[in-house]
Write a protein that binds this ligand. Structure first.
Ligand code: AMP
Length: 643
């Protein structure tokens, strides 16, 4: 969406209009070419009366320059050069198109070597390829996944004389692209043997190769011993370990639970780079974590530019378990690579203090950031932040990782307003969250953010993360307000179970409130997947006009829950005073439709004399209703409310 300001000088005429010219600029080339004709301009590219245009159908990860020229009826007659304002942008990365060309390089009795061409539209920088293969006759019930950074792979440990089916998909920072079609390959038969003349040559070749490999391994071990461990094992091609290397689950799981490692420190070094403490300079303390202070500082690695980092430290006197739990966060974070997930730079485990070093997020956690900037962002900016969080969560759910503690306090914001999901861990996830409370079943859970099935029987899934996402959506749109205000955890559980949901925050676009309600569906399979959430938010960003339709709450108290089953339209009143008047004059049911904590039919008499005096009987946790009315009083523009 391009916006520009009106020209300073309209030439004394009223017939000013604007024309937008689109150019595509390839990296490293000075000359740009005109954009392809299928780039769409809404409402149009020329003769624009307003100072905005939406440009669609652009290519991902591409540089574009837009030139905006103001013209009037005599522009054609002006002898001077065209005058315009120009802006150059790079579109975000997208998932790559499928791999279409795969070639068999070599086959033996138990291995196949393959190579392939990069997808036609990489749509970004290809991070790696996922190769999935299985025996044809087993029909995908058991398959193996390999990851390769390059365009070739050797599948080993195969059965002789057997047909295998294989699919490849590429990944950019935006996620995986679609899989290629299935390609079929066969290993050589058991009886296959090399001819006698060539056997000697082959034997010599094999012995030399074995000798070279042994020498390389020896050298590697020796160098490793003398130079210290500097980087985790990051082979070009990484086999994921699922017991015997085969995955017998439907779906693809690429996140590896560090608990599955007998020795958790092995997991840390598998996924995190060991940093030398001398490369880290600590500047100041920026926060407090469960295990010690969080500091800001700088990391300068040899031959690399210095970068700002956050440094989490493990305080002295820790137990073995605390050290393990502290480092488990790094083992998890180190497996992720996405622009909306906090990036791990490395760990310091071989000297003290033990540290986890991550990218630095200048604006700290999202909840406090929003509170500090109450009502200061445009709808598009808020949706942009929410889109980032959803995209990070889509990546995590694709990886098979369930966060369990998604909340605005666990999102970090950088200086460009990019939001990143943080706070990963195993047992500690909920231990260090001050919001987490013990449930009757013993677990510690952040009640206000957690889906009912996760609270009642610990069913944590990506669908329960989607519920929490709905709460984050509410937190963002209300600039960091506390979900369910001062209600007790028990009252929240009860109210949610009875079907009540948080009302829309002030001026909340109706589409976003609908998305919240969808995330808070009781039936978890009906909640949107993160993929869908991202696409809904993308549509809103493309069509910012849609954000103007609000859920119409400005005239009513924001801190009463809504009955999900109530579809009645909220009465539109201009001031808080009007609302209170209407409460007093309308029959109870009408007055409270859509705004009450409970329906009037089931209102038992409350003993609150204060409320009786205004002729209103309300049920629900009484102290909350009373304090809600008090909150109304203090916010009322019309002075004290006669309670
Ligand atoms: P945590 O233990 O991850 O909840 O971190 C505690 C606090 O430290 C957060 O609430 C942030 O204020 C701050 N913090 C943590 N990580 C970072 C980071 N990468 N950049 C900036 N501040 C951070």
């Amino acid at each position: 969406i391009l916006d520009w300001s009106w020209p300073e000088d309209t030439g004394g005429r009223k017939d000013v209009s604007f024309t937008v010219l689109c150019k595509r600029c390839r990296q490293g080339q000075r000359v740009c070419e005109a954009c392809r004709s299928n780039v769409r301009f809404l409402p149009r590219a020329a003769g624009l009366q307003n100072t905005t245009v939406t440009v669609g159908d652009l290519l991902a990860h591409t540089n574009y320059t837009f030139e905006i020229e103001a013209q009037n009826g005599v522009s054609q007659l002006a002898p001077t050069m065209r005058q315009y304002a120009a802006v150059t942008i790079t579109t975000n990365q997208a998932a790559p198109s499928p791999v279409t060309v795969i070639r068999k390089d070599r086959t033996s009795r138990n291995s196949i070597s393959l190579s392939w061409l990069e997808p036609e539209r990489p749509n970004g920088i290809i991070l790696d390829y996922e190769v999935k293969y299985y025996q044809k006759q087993e029909q995908e019930t058991s398959y193996t996944i390999l990851r390769s950074k390059g365009c070739n792979v050797t599948l080993g440990g195969l059965k002789a004389d057997t047909a295998y089916l294989l699919q490849i998909r590429a990944r950019t920072a935006a996620g995986y692209g679609a899989s290629s079609r299935s390609f079929e390959f066969e290993t050589s038969p058991d009886s296959f043997s090399i001819s006698s003349e060539s056997s000697q040559v082959v034997l010599i070749a094999i012995s030399s190769s074995v000798a070279i490999i042994l020498l390389t391994v020896l050298l590697y071990v020796v160098i490793g011993r003398f130079c210290g461990y500097s980087k985790s094992k990051q082979p070009d091609e990484k086999r994921l370990h699922f017991g015997n290397g085969h995955l017998r689950l439907p779906g693809i799981r690429t996140y590896v639970d560090p608990h599955t490692y007998e020795d958790p420190s092995q997991a840390v070094h598998e996924f995190a780079k060991e940093l030398d403490a001398s490369c880290i300079a600590i500047d100041k303390v920026v926060g407090a974590g469960e295990f010690g202070e969080v500091c800001s500082g700088r990391l300068r690695l040899p031959n690399k530019k210095e970068i700002c980092v956050a440094i989490k430290t493990l305080k002295a006197g820790y137990t073995d378990k605390q050290r393990r739990d502290f480092l488990s966060e790094a083992s998890i974070m180190g497996q992720f690579d996405h622009p909306n997930i906090i990036r791990l730079e490395g760990v310091v485990t071989r000297s003290k203090p033990v540290m986890i070093v991550t990218e630095y997020m200048e604006n700290g956690s999202l909840d406090s950031f929003l509170k500090k900037h109450d009502a200061q962002f445009t709808g598009i900016q808020l949706v942009g932040m929410l889109r980032g969080i959803a995209s990070g969560m889509r990546y995590l759910s694709d990886m098979g990782y369930v966060h369990r503690d998604l909340a605005a306090r666990n999102i970090l914001v950088n200086s460009n307003l990019v939001c990143k999901v943080s706070d990963f861990g195993l047992s500690r996830v909920l231990e260090d969250d001050p919001e987490a409370a013990y449930t009757t079943r013993g677990g510690k859970i952040p009640i206000r953010w957690t889906a009912p099935e996760a609270i009642s029987y610990r069913k944590f899934t990506s669908a329960s993360d989607a519920w929490s996402y709905g709460i984050v959506l509410w937190e963002v749109m209300s600039y960091g307000e506390r979900p369910y205000w001062e209600m007790s955890n028990q009252d929240v559980i009860k109210a949610v179970d009875e079907g009540y949901r948080l009302p829309p925050p002030m001026d909340c676009p109706a589409a976003l409130y609908q998305l919240m309600l969808d995330c808070w569906q009781k039936e978890r399979n009906n909640r949107p997947k993160f993929e869908q959430i991202v696409s809904i938010l993308d549509k809103l960003i493309r069509n910012p006009g849609s954000l103007k339709i609000t859920a119409n709450t400005s005239s009513r108290p924001a801190n009463l829950l809504l009955d999900r089953s109530s579809s009645e339209v909220v009465p539109s009143l201009d001031t808080m005073g009007d609302w209170l008047d209407s409460v007093r004059t309308l029959p109870c049911k009408e007055a409270f439709s859509g705004v009450s904590y409970s329906s009037c039919d089931t209102l038992p008499k409350t003993s609150a004399e204060d409320l009786k005096k205004v002729g209103v009987t309300i049920v629900g946790p009484q102290k909350n209703i009373v304090s809600s009315i008090k909150a109304l009083e203090s916010h009322s523009k019309n002075g004290p409310v006669p309670v």
